[in-house]
Structure formats: structure tokens, C-alpha cells
Design a protein around this ligand. Structure first.
Ligand code: SF4
Ligand code: SF4
Length: 124
């Protein structure tokens, strides 16, 4: 069974451009929305995203809305903990497609590492 995990060298969900996420107001508290918008850099990427390493520079202190955790997703999106795995996989695929492309190296690597598709044995 495919199992969600965050793969290294991705960072697609750190591309925060609000024009790509028109429903932010539907699930973020007003204080969280203000924080979110304050984190968007001129190029649409989070100001805390290190593009050289593709890692979060404030990982241990990242906001609640950056955390793929059962209580967070239940509260923000109404996703039951038992549905989190499939929901998170779909979210990542959508985000990676939007940022890097559907057949990008990042998408292929993600699908391989979570156990989707026919390429799970190919070294990317
Ligand atoms: S899109 Fe998914 S795999 Fe990529 S950095 Fe975000 S959580 Fe990790
Ligand atoms: S705070 Fe970190 S995890 Fe959250 S969007 Fe910015 S770089 Fe990504």
C-alpha cells in the first residue's frame, strides 16, 4: 500500500504563491493567513525555503499549516486520521505537478518513494 512520506529535494509545498491557493481563507485562521502571506517571497516561494538545499530553514518552528500531522489536517481540512495517508499523497502529487510538472523528476521520485507506479525499483 502506498505510504505517504515527505521526500528530500522536493519542497513543492513551500511554493506559497497565494494565486495558486485561492481557498486559503477557507481553512486558515485570520492570524494564520496573515502569517502565511508574510512568508511569501517576491518569487512566490516561502522566505524560509533554502533553495540550495531545498530544505526548510525553520523546520522545528514551522507553522501549524506546514505540518502533515493528523490533528492539523483534521482541524484544517476535516480529514479523518484514517484518510490522512491518501489525502496527503494526493496533495503532494497536486502540488508537485503544479510546481515542477506532472512527469518531473520530483514527481517520479515522490511516487517511487511512497510506492506508487511501476518505477519503484528505478534509481532516480
Ligand atoms: S510536496 Fe510533499 S514531498 Fe514535496 S516537500 Fe511538500 S510534503 Fe514533502
Ligand atoms: S516554513 Fe518551512 S515548511 Fe513552511 S512553507 Fe516555509 S520553508 Fe516550507
Amino acid at each position: 500500500m502506498p505510504t505517504w512520506r515527505c521526500v528530500k529535494q522536493c519542497g513543492a509545498c513551500c511554493h506559497l504563491d497565494p494565486t495558486d491557493r485561492p481557498d486559503l481563507e477557507d481553512y486558515l485562521l485570520s492570524t494564520e493567513l496573515a502569517l502565511y502571506l508574510s512568508m511569501v517571497g517576491d518569487d512566490g516561494w516561502c522566505v524560509h525555503f533554502d533553495k540550495a538545499t531545498r530544505e526548510c530553514s525553520v523546520y522545528d518552528d514551522r507553522p501549524r499549516f506546514c505540518r502533515v500531522e493528523p490533528d492539523v489536517f483534521q482541524d484544517l481540512f476535516g480529514v479523518e486520521p484514517t484518510e490522512l495517508n491518501d489525502f496527503a499523497i494526493a496533495c503532494c502529487q497536486e502540488q508537485i505537478e503544479g510546481v515542477y510538472g506532472d512527469r518531473s523528476l520530483e514527481q517520479l521520485r515522490f511516487e517511487r518513494e511512497v510506492g506508487i507506479g511501476p518505477i519503484s525499483n528505478i534509481d532516480l
